[in-house]
Design a protein around this ligand. Structure first.
Ligand SMILES: Nc1ncnc2c1ncn2[C@@H]1O[C@H](COP(=O)(O)OP(=O)(O)OP(=O)(O)O)[C@@H](O)[C@H]1O
Ligand SMILES: [Mg+2]
Length: 251
């Protein structure tokens, strides 16, 4: 029998015109940084933007945004509070700063629960930060989120390429649109990884240099948005604007 919560989720996200999941086969490649900066950049361009942190075991977008003490409002569900202009939803509101060890089925339930209670309202973009790897969380997110599109993140390493290529194939197999690939933490630009992804049919959305300024800018959004990282992300955001498919809201 179909889970009745799925229909609820569909209604909850119906007002989001485009849903972009930032994902990678690999951990530690910069997904959270890219998801957060993408959301902030789109907001600066005047769009209404939501940011959903679906990394339940190690949420980190709140650290990048430097938000503390925010609490969602409860009203026939949960209204995500505003953080630097973003409608921002994360498990940290509920887990506080305690570790939240969850097993597979609990992760699924937590994701379903969070998505079923969150009232996003009208959004031009809903950006989702995802946990690393191709696990239950990724598969659940795909199953639960009609109209989801993926932005993939790799590093210049072939180790990253191989895992991201698998995710790309998985998404293709499931018929889920992939906007393209961002190459992050590049120290010696070569175009090699870009070429490999282009051969696989995934456009490059940007090449981000390794930026030693980033660490000091964590938690300080004004400073973050002035880094070289954010400057390159402005180009990525333009590509996302150009290449994302409009998701028709439900009638
Ligand atoms: N271009 C960059 N230059 C320098 N440091 C970076 C860059 N991109 C990300 N980082 C740093 O690398 C670390 C990992 O980034 P981030 O947490 O965004 O990766 P992630 O893919 O979300 O990791 P996880 O898989 O654990 O969720 C962070 O400390 C971040 O500040
Ligand atoms: Mg992360």
């Amino acid at each position: 029998m179909a889970d009745p919560r799925l229909e609820v989720i569909d209604r909850r996200i119906a007002g989001a015109k485009r849903i972009v999941a930032v994902s990678s086969g690999k951990g530690g490649v910069g997904k959270s940084m890219i998801a957060t900066t993408l959301a902030l950049t789109l907001r600066q361009k005047g769009y209404s933007v939501g940011l959903l942190d679906l990394d339940f075991t190690s949420p980190s977008t709140h650290v990048i945004l430097g938000v503390e003490g925010l609490q969602p409002e409860e009203e026939k569900g949960i209204i995500p509070p505003l953080a630097h202009g973003l409608r921002y939803m994360s498990i940290v509101y509920y887990a506080m700063d305690e570790p939240a060890p969850l097993r597979g089925v609990d992760v699924s339930n937590a994701i379903i629960e969070l998505m079923a209670i969150t009232r996003w309202g009208e959004l031009d973009y809903l950006v989702i930060d995802t946990p690393p790897g191709i696990g239950d969380a990724t598969l659940d997110m795909i199953r639960l989120t009609r109209g989801i599109q993926f932005l993939l993140v790799t590093t210049p390493s072939r180790v990253a390429f191989e895992t991201v290529r698998k995710l790309l194939e998985l998404l293709r197999g499931l018929g889920v649109p992939v906007i393209g690939v961002v190459e992050n933490m590049v120290m010696r630009p070569s175009g090699r990884i870009r070429g490999l992804f282009e051969e696989a049919g995934a456009p490059n959305l940007g090449v981000i240099a390794y930026d030693p300024e980033i660490e000091d800018a964590l938690g300080d959004v004004d400073r973050l948005m002035k880094t070289g990282f954010a400057e390159t992300m402005a180009g990525v955001a333009s590509e996302v604007e150009r290449l994302t498919l409009m998701r028709r809201p439900m009638a």
